[in-house]
Structures are given as structure tokens and as C-alpha cells.
Ligand binder design. Structure first.
Ligand code: NAP
Length: 484
């Protein structure tokens, strides 16, 4: 299959840190279809050779196992080309169109790895230059808007040039092997499905914790915050994967229809819920992995009086038959105690206790997303102390480590998603109505914070966020997984 992958923002951070390494891995694994071109596009005047040299030098910063040998890079580099395009200049699109037409590839992927402010002009000009043929697919990176209105406006512009089946909105969490395993666990096995409901599940916790701060992206983050950067997209997509009904088949729209229903069923925010069931925090200086680190307001590019949240914890419910009354707790933040993303399904305790159970030892299923990918089933068993008739049970766990089982050579998120775009598979991409529904749901929280003069609660870097987060979950009689 011949393809041209046009990488707008081809010299940018996303291109060299994530996309090029992912494309190289696909090339190394032999899964990148032969006969393809990868065309970097930016305003610099680079020759193909200069672009190849730039990408080669950037690979020095990629982790060792994912770095090409000199011989591998030479073969990969033959796919790389560069075209100078200023996205604000119509003439440059006409030149791009001429270059693409010369080859007339079966599939043309336009990957917009540029600032979202350029999306509108890029889509309009691609259409004006006739670059929106049915062979074209367009890939959009987050953030797709700042709120519901801006998200809608981007979606409307893109839809004027491309049909929905040509639009691939990336949420790279959906490309993670661990998230695919969540779908496999739920819909490839019958074991858990009868238990996956309000009668047996007490609560569900979704945590995406980062130990890093804002790194070099202080200015971007300061205008974004954790709710827009992580909750509106990644955390809500995980919630959908956990809570959706089994789709009628594995086709993209069947899956996306079910995710949309979950988003539509999220409990609307009341004034009370906004004040008691959402906690926003901001990291102060502290110690992470044994090293002292500055507070958020001291980071480069951040306003010293910034009210931007680097932590969010919230409680919600899903108003449908399966989940009515079951609390879902979502939590994400920067500079937390560990890099750890996981989902905990806490089952209800046995209805009639004939054994002594240790406090807090709920039956639970833990879905580890990162850094480990696997499943832990936490159960109670009769342990060594079985001499007395009324001996307490001991917690034990079944531990499935998918990295060990399937090897570390598994396909990474961007590699998987880029191959899906080239092959036209939309399952792991977000439809516009899903995205708009997610914005609609987070917007009252944004409005509430904009009117709230108290600002975020400080927490010491290297901890699990403000104490109000633990207090919020404790009001229901539960605790976050690391504290139970
Ligand atoms: P970046 O490092 O600033 O790169 C921007 C790229 O766009 C450069 O190649 C730049 O090259 C090009 N560009 C800017 N203005 C242009 C114009 N008028 N015409 C043509 N090319 C232009 O940004 P980034 O970090 O790669 O981020 C790109 C997008 O991905 C952003 O929306 C970001 O939020 C999103 N994103 C980034 C990451 C990440 O890890 N970096 C992760 C998720 C999402 P020239 O200036 O030479 O033209």
C-alpha cells in the first residue's frame, strides 16, 4: 500500500520525541507498509538531507532500546523528506499539492502536530488546494479547544473540509496496550461481566499520577491546567472504557456509540457537588524521588500568582441501570508521589461475615496502566495463622504482568495509532460528539473555578495531593488505594 504521511510541525517537539520514534519502531517491526513517504513540513528551509540529519541527531535523546543503529537509520531515512510550508500562506499549500500529486499515493495522512491555533487555517487551505480527496485522512492532536465553544468551532471547521470518517482525533491513552487490555478483559472474557455492575461493585477509582512537573511546557500548561489537559480527555476516556456497555461489534462507531452514552449519563453538576466533590490543587515545593523540586509558581513560564490547577480529584456517578449510585473517583496531578496510572474496581464486601477480615481489605481488581501494564486480583485467603478457629483472613493477590508475559517489544501507543491511521482504523480515535460531550460535562467546573477566588489548594510536591482529596473520598467511607 503506498502512503504519504505529511507531518505538519515536522521539526517540533511532538514530532521528534513521539512520532518519529513511533514510526521508526513500526519500520523496525516491519509493520509500516512498504512504499511510504514521511514528509516533514515546517517553515524552515531544509533540504531532505538536512531534515534527515536533524531527525538523526534527535534520536540521540530517545531511550537506547528505541534508537536506530547507523544502518537502520540509513534505511529509515530513505523514507524521510521535507517540504517548506508556512501554514498561513495559501501558495505553500499549492506547492505541497503538486508534490503529492506527482506520486498520487493510495493514502495521504495529514498529521497536524502544530499549535491548535493553526488548525482552522490548515483545514481551510488544504481544502482550497484540493488536498481533501477521499484518499486523505487528517490527524488532530490535543488540545482540541479550550472549552465547548472552541472545540465545536474546530470540529465545524474540520468537518467543512473532511468527513467524520476521515478525521482521526488522537487520545494517545487509547493507544496504550494497557487500555486495549481493559477492552479485552471486559469484552473478550465472560468472567467479570456478571459482576461488572452496581450490585457487586462498591466504587471505582481512576488515578493518573505523574511525578514530573511541567518541565519545559510551563507557559502552555499555565493556560491549560489539569482538568483540560488530563480529565476532559484521558481520564474520561478511561472512565468510558470501564463503564460502557458491551458494544454490538468491534467497529469504530459501535464502540464510540457506547462511550458517548456513558458521557451523556454522567451526573450533572449541582452547586453542592461543585463545592464538595471536586478538589483542585497546585504543587508547592517539595521532594520528589529524593530530590528537592520547586513549586509550580516558581517554574519557568508560569505566572508567579497563577491560579492554574496541577491536581484534580473529583467524584461522579453514572445515571444508568448498571451504575446508579456507584461513585466513580477520578484523580490526576503533577509532582505526585509516584508515576502511576491505574484503575481500582472495589467490590462490595461479602454480605454475611463468617470470617474475620482485616480492615480495608476489600476484594478488588486493579488494572495497572503505567508504568506497569497488568492486572491484580486482590482476594482474602486463609493464611498461615489457621490454628485458631476464628483466625483472620489474609490478603493475597493474583498478579498478571502483561509486560513480562508479552515482552517489552509490545507496540507503543503512538506506533499503534499511527498504523491505525495509515490503515484507516478509527476504533481508537475519538468522535466529535464524544469530545463535545466531555467538554460539556467539564465546563461547569471550569466556570465554578473562574468565579471562585479561593484558588487551588497547595500540596507539597511528592505527596498524593491536597488532604481535601482524601477527605472527599472519606465522606463516602472509602479511601484512595494507596491509603487503604
Ligand atoms: P513545537 O515544538 O512548538 O513545534 C511546533 C511545530 O510547528 C514546529 O515544527 C514549527 O516549525 C511548526 N510551525 C509553527 N508555526 C508554523 C507555521 N505557521 N507553518 C508551518 N509550520 C509551523 O510544538 P509541539 O510541542 O511539537 O506541539 C505541537 C502540538 O501538539 C501542540 O498542539 C501541542 O499542544 C500538541 N501536543 C504536544 C505534545 C508534546 O509532547 N510535545 C503532546 C501532546 C500534544 P517552524 O517554527 O520551523 O515553522
Amino acid at each position: 500500500m503506498s502512503f504519504d504521511l505529511v507531518l505538519f510541525g515536522g521539526t517540533g517537539d511532538l514530532a521528534w520525541r513521539k512520532l518519529m520514534p513511533a514510526l521508526f519502531q513500526a519500520f523496525r517491526h516491519g509493520t509500516l507498509p512498504e512504499g511510504g513517504r514521511i514528509i516533514g513540513v515546517a517553515r524552515d528551509a531544509l533540504t531532505d538531507q538536512q531534515y534527515r540529519a536533524l531527525i538523526r541527531s534527535r534520536f540521540d535523546e530517545v531511550e537506547l532500546a528505541k534508537r536506530p543503529s547507523a544502518e537502520e537509520f540509513d534505511r529509515f531515512a530513505a523514507l524521510l523528506h521535507f517540504i517548506r510550508v508556512d501554514l498561513s500562506k495559501p501558495a505553500d499549500y499549492r506547492h505541497l499539492a503538486e508534490v503529492l500529486r506527482e506520486r498520487n499515493a493510495e493514502t495521504v495522512v495529514m498529521y497536524l502536530a502544530t499549535a491548535p491555533s493553526l488548525f482552522t487555517v490548515a483545514c481551510e487551505q488544504l481544502a482550497a488546494a484540493g488536498l481533501n480527496t477521499p484518499a486523505t485522512r487528517i490527524v488532530l492532536e490535543k488540545p482540541l479547544g479550550h472549552d465547548l465553544a472552541s472545540n465545536r468551532s474546530i470540529n465545524e471547521t474540520v468537518r467543512r473540509a473532511f468527513s467524520e470518517r476521515q478525521i482521526f482525533r488522537i487520545d494517545h491513552y487509547l493507544g496504550k496496550p494497557s487500555v486495549q487490555n481493559l477492552f479485552a478483559l471486559r469484552f473478550g472474557n465472560s468472567l467479570f461481566e456478571p459482576l461488572w455492575r452496581r450490585e457487586t461493585i462498591a466504587n471505582i477509582q481512576i488515578t493518573i499520577a505523574e511525578d514530573l512537573g511541567v518541565e519545559k511546557r510551563g507557559a502552555f500548561y499555565d493556560s491549560t491546567g489539569a482538568l483540560r489537559d488530563m480529565v476532559q480527555n484521558h481520564a474520561l476516556q478511561l472512565l468510558c472504557a470501564v463503564a460502557m456497555e458491551p458494544p454490538i461489534n468491534a467497529h469504530a462507531d459501535a464502540i464510540r456509540d457506547e462511550k458517548l452514552k456513558v458521557l451523556r449519563s454522567l451526573k450533572p453538576w449541582s452547586a453542592l457537588a461543585l463545592s464538595q466533590e471536586v478538589v483542585r490543587g497546585q504543587y508547592a515545593e517539595g521532594v520528589v524521588n529524593g530530590e528537592p523540586v520547586p513549586g509550580y509558581r516558581q517554574e519557568a513560564g508560569v505566572d508567579p500568582d497563577s491560579p492554574t490547577e496541577t491536581f484534580v480529584a473529583l467524584r461522579t456517578e453514572i445515571a444508568n441501570w448498571r451504575w446508579a449510585g456507584v461513585p466513580f473517583y477520578l484523580r490526576t496531578g503533577k509532582r505526585l508521589a509516584a508515576r502511576d496510572a491505574h484503575i481500582v474496581i472495589n467490590f462490595r464486601p461479602a454480605p454475611h461475615a463468617i470470617f474475620k477480615s482485616p480492615l480495608g481489605a476489600a476484594n478488588s481488581l486493579v488494572i495497572n496502566l503505567q508504568p506497569r501494564d497488568g492486572l491484580e486480583l486482590h482476594l482474602l485467603a486463609q493464611g498461615a495463622d489457621n490454628r485458631r478457629q476464628q483466625a483472620a483472613l489474609s490478603p493475597v493477590q493474583l498478579d498478571l504482568d502483561f509486560d513480562k508475559r508479552f515482552g517489552s517489544e509490545r507496540v507503543g501507543a503512538y506506533e499503534r495509532l499511527l498504523l491505525d491511521v495509515i490503515h484507516g482504523r478509527l476504533n481508537l480515535f475519538v468522535r466529535s460528539d464524544e469530545q463535545e460531550e466531555a467538554w460539556r460535562w467539564v465546563e461547569p467546573v471550569l466556570d465554578h473555578w473562574a468565579a471562585d477566588t479561593e484558588g487551588p489548594r497547595p500540596y507539597a510536591a511528592g505527596t498524593w495531593g491536597p488532604s481535601a482529596s482524601s477527605a472527599m473520598i472519606a465522606r463516602d467511607g472509602y479511601c484512595w488505594s494507596e491509603a487503604c
